[in-house]
Design a protein around this ligand. Structure first.
Ligand code: NDP
Length: 236
């Protein structure tokens, strides 16, 4: 189904965010991406923003509003890892991951919600991870920040659900991106043995779920966590 709604994807210059932006362009959305470096895919408006900086996000949203109109669908995708075991994890390792993954989502969604409230329509889609609910040794900072997105989406659903706004979480498992390509072959093989599907997913397989959540078919879905993990988390 074609649409001309306005969508903003954070971190749309590469990886999963880029694949999500490509899907939205193909479906006819007016698509903007934030990037700190590089550009979004063909057909997108690229705006500069750092999700740890509310002022830069405000300027980015203002640019999207000027060029495309108010943001109706927001995908909080930008995220980082700084993996190490708890006893070795510095305050900085913890704070920077939480401030990007959770704080970044807060800043982006807060800014986006203004226009959605005015329009009495909106879709908020948060990119979490299977490790948010499954746990992962060496990822206390990352898994905490990703688990928190579930409470975020559910609280937002309770605040704004009656105003035509839905908020959902997509929890990818292992996806073929720069991050997983960097893992040694033996580690990749070990992970694949633990995934019922026996393989990693493509970024496009995550993107398909995100565009579906933005569609009219998903109008009555809110506060949900949708795993895209080949069965690894067993739906949590
Ligand atoms: P990449 O590392 O390939 O891309 C991360 C993106 O986030 C980049 O566009 C990056 O921008 C952006 N970003 C990071 N920090 C900031 C910031 N402070 N401000 C603005 N943008 C920022 O990651 P993936 O595509 O693999 O992951 C995307 C999302 O999916 C993340 O939230 C990740 O946690 C999640 N995820 C990934 C999985 C995987 O297997 N790959 C599995 C489960 C979840 P820049 O290029 O400028 O640094």
């Amino acid at each position: 189904m074609s649409t001309d709604r306005v969508v903003l994807v954070t971190g749309g210059n590469r990886g999963i965010g880029r694949a999500i932006a490509e899907r939205f362009v193909a479906a006819g959305y007016k698509t903007a991406v934030t990037a700190r470096s590089g550009e979004g895919p063909e057909g997108t408006l690229t705006v500069r923003a750092d999700v740890t900086d509310a002022a830069s996000l405000d300027a980015a949203f203002a640019e999207v509003e000027r060029e495309l109109g108010p943001v109706e669908v927001v995908v909080a995708n930008a995220g980082i890892t700084k993996d190490t075991l708890l006893l070795r994890m510095s305050e900085e390792d913890f704070d920077s991951v939480v401030s990007t993954n959770l704080g970044g989502t807060f800043r982006v969604v807060k800014r986006a919600s203004k226009g959605m409230l005015r329009a009495k329509w909106g879709r908020v889609i948060l990119i979490s991870s299977v490790v948010g609910l499954y746990g992962s040794a060496g990822q206390i900072n990352y898994s905490s920040s990703k688990a928190a997105l579930v409470g975020f989406a559910r609280s937002l659903t309770r605040e704004l659900g009656a105003r035509g706004i839905t908020a959902n979480v997509v929890a990818p498992g292992f996806i073929e991106t720069d991050m997983t390509a960097a893992l040694p072959d033996e580690t990749q093989a070990e992970y694949k043995r633990s995934i019922p599907a026996g393989r990693f997913a493509t970024a496009d397989e995550v993107a398909g779920v995100v565009t579906w959540l933005a569609s009219d078919d998903a109008a009555y879905i809110s506060g949900a966590v949708i795993p895209v993990d080949g069965g690894l988390g067993m739906g949590h």
